[in-house]
Write a protein that binds this ligand. Structure first.
Ligand code: SIN
Ligand code: CO
Length: 377
């Protein structure tokens, strides 16, 4: 935490968090030396055409913006360059490309609970998604080609009415850079920006989620509804005659209000909710169980020999004595917790890791679910 990182332009994690995170943009030239990108435009288009991938195609032709979401066919991308400016953006690349997961992991000085995903975009010269602001934090790593980034700290966030995507009506550029392979731009939420491809351009965005409080509160109530137990039924042996039989009387109101106040929760419930909710995969994500699963003994041998790693799509968090994996919660003993926390932190365990019986059993169950696989990173 107090080591100066080239990734952060020589800042320590603590300095970055104190001075930039959620506060102001940071441009780092050559943050990832030698980074050339992880896939080429055709491979990205191939990913965009998969039925388990979320992707967008933004076109800007004759001053008209248009947005299309998946599903895509390769033909959708043919001949686009002749028609004007465009960009394809593919979400969740870290779930499909091991090198994408490694890139996202470089930013694990931000807690996993905050990570959304790695999005990769391609745009031919002039392409982009227009001036806008996002409600999340993002690290934008340049891969192929060059991008002109324009940013503004403007307060005016009025959007173009009726546009198919969120475009700022009056973007007033304050700073501009042309970035190249390995450069990094960090943008805090609500920082207005416009990225324009200078040439064939691919950008890797490591995005962090900032859930709306409304969403968290609603989902917490959903979580709670399966966990409350309030005994008894409504009773009114002392019922008094009412003048207006359609009115809800004060006795009924008081009795029900008193009962509802018995719904209680504590920080442990909030932690359990957060762990389950934030480790829940997005709805289009599916896990493949092994076609010919190893027996538990063979699986244990394979883990001893070559370690174990999380499936690229697996989300894993932990708190207290609970481990959360892809929306499920498991209460475990201390030794097991320490090992599984290591797995959650680094997304893999080395061959020599000592496993308790409890950890070995859970790992085997997760292997059968397709959440983990034996093998090194
Ligand atoms: C991109 O086009 O790669 C970045 C999109 C954005 O500005 O959020
Ligand atoms: Co943006």
């Amino acid at each position: 935490m107090n080591t100066k990182l080239p990734l952060l332009g020589g800042l320590t994690v603590n300095e970055f968090l104190r001075d930039y995170w959620q506060k102001k943009p940071l441009l780092v030239r050559n943050a990832i030396p030698g980074f050339k990108g992880l896939l080429d435009p055709q491979q990205l288009i191939g990913l965009a055409c998969r039925d388990d991938v979320q992707a967008r195609l933004v076109t800007h032709q004759r001053k008209k913006w248009a947005l299309r979401n998946e599903p895509f066919m390769p033909e959708d991308f043919e001949g686009l360059s002749r028609k004007g400016k465009w960009s394809v953006l593919v979400q969740g690349v870290n779930h499909f490309l091991p090198k994408g997961a490694e890139l996202a992991q470089m930013f694990s000085f931000i807690p996993h609970a905050r990570l959304d995903d790695l999005m990769v975009s391609y745009a031919p010269p002039g392409g982009g998604v227009g001036p806008h602001f996002d409600v999340y934090d993002v690290f934008l790593v340049q891969g192929l080609g060059h991008r002109r980034w324009q940013i503004s700290t403007q307060e005016d966030q009025t959007l173009v009415e009726g546009a198919p995507l969120r475009l700022l009506k009056d973007f007033k550029m304050e700073q501009e850079w042309i970035v190249e392979a390995g450069d990094l731009l960090y943008l805090p939420p609500h920082c207005a920006h416009n990225g324009i491809a200078e040439d064939d351009c691919m950008t890797y965005s490591i995005g962090f989620r900032t859930p709306w409080y409304q969403e968290l509160a609603e989902q917490f109530l959903v979580y709670l509804q399966d966990r409350i137990e309030i005994k008894g039924t409504y009773a009114d042996p002392d019922l008094k005659a009412q003048k207006h039989s359609s009115e809800i009387g004060p006795d009924m109101l008081q009795q029900v209000a008193r009962t509802i106040r018995k719904v209680k929760w504590d920080d442990e419930d909030v932690a359990n909710f957060l762990g389950s909710y934030l480790s829940e995969p997005k709805p289009h994500i599916y896990f493949d169980s092994p076609a010919k699963p190893l027996t538990e003994a063979r699986f244990a041998q394979a883990v001893q020999k070559s370690g174990v790693k999380l499936d690229l799509k697996t989300l894993m968090l932990c708190h207290g004595s609970s481990i959360f994996i892809n929306g499920d919660a498991h209460q475990v003993g201390q030794g097991c917790y320490r090992t599984l926390r290591e797995l959650a932190d680094s997304r893999s365990l080395t061959a020599s890791s000592k496993l308790t019986r409890e950890a070995a059993d859970l790992l085997y169950q997760w292997y059968l679910d397709g959440y983990v696989t034996p093998g090194a990173k």
